[in-house]
Design a protein around this ligand. Structure first.
Ligand SMILES: [Zn+2]
Length: 289
């Protein structure tokens, strides 16, 4: 099975959900073996060096997943694009971004997934596609939160969220990941937040670009957005989207079963680090189609 990139480049425009910075995002094909990387097209000098979409470049993972190149170049909120690339089986891309944060678009990965699909997939001569096969369970526990990877022949995501707010409650979803399932069941699920938390977030400079156009807002036990939800369990689907994007930072598809109980970016990225740090927990394998 050969590696894959997109057939044609494309450009999307958006704003950062935290920074509110407007950005142009140009996604271009990249050579076999290059992997996925970001370049800050608004910077020059060492800061404009590529930022690999790899856990080694992780800068922070609190409210979003943010990468840096060690020379002053940073790119925030990469998880929705990376989830799309991982789920659609794209190995090599160059993502040029004209600002500090990826566009939030409509709060989901729908725009990214649709643009990548429309750009077409092309296979590349050179090294084969590889995956990281999970050989034994790896687990991260943080209070009541848990994330784990266990061996599985398929890429399975099993995510549970538990909120006291009745608008969300407890939701669980288990899916076997493939491009069609991602596009139909996961990519359109939007990010969400509680209106009561907005002021505190914005006092910290977070969620400055959040609006009802890109976030499901919850207040008084209800969804505020007039259009309602895209799925009755849209919230757990979005957490699954985030987990797929965070696990993509392993640098290759993880062949295994992800189990997340109240997962978040911090837990997900710690899990990737724990997996890669234990050489007995995984091995490289050629990826079946
Ligand atoms: Zn998200």
């Amino acid at each position: 099975v050969l590696q894959r990139t997109i057939a044609r480049d494309f450009t999307l425009h958006g704003v950062g959900v935290h920074s509110a910075a407007p950005v142009a995002i140009r996604v271009r094909p990249a050579p076999a073996g290059a992997g996925i990387s970001f370049v800050r097209s608004d910077l020059s000098g060492p800061a404009a060096a590529p930022i690999p979409a790899h856990i080694d470049a992780l800068k922070s993972a609190q409210n979003s997943t943010n990468l840096a190149n060690g020379a002053g170049g940073e790119i925030a909120t990469v998880e929705h694009l990376l989830a799309s690339c991982s789920a659609l089986g794209l190995d090599n891309l160059l993502v040029e971004v004209s600002g500090p944060e990826m566009g939030i678009m409509d709060g989901s990965a729908k725009a990214y997934a649709e643009a990548l699909i429309a750009a077409g997939v092309t296979t590349q001569a050179g090294p084969q596609r590889r995956a990281i096969e999970v050989l034994k369970p790896v687990e991260i526990v943080s209070g009541a939160k848990r994330a784990a990877l266990t061996p599985s022949e398929a890429r399975v995501f099993d995510v549970t969220i538990r909120f006291t707010d009745p608008a969300i409650g407890t939701q669980r979803l288990e899916l076997m990941l493939n491009p069609a399932v991602f596009a139909a069941e996961v990519a359109p699920a939007r990010t969400f937040g509680f209106l009561a938390d907005l002021e505190a977030y914005q006092a910290k400079g977070l969620a400055m670009g959040a609006s009802l156009e890109n976030t499901i807002a919850i207040a008084d036990g209800r969804v505020v957005n007039p259009e309602g939800l895209r799925y009755p369990d849209e919230f757990v689907r979005h957490k699954m989207l985030d987990a797929i994007g965070d696990l993509a930072l392993a640098g290759a598809p993880i062949l295994g079963r992800f189990e997340g109980d109240q997962p978040g970016h911090a837990l997900n990225t710690q899990l990737v680090l724990a997996l890669l740090a234990d050489e007995t927990a995984w091995r490289w394998v050629e990826l079946p189609d």
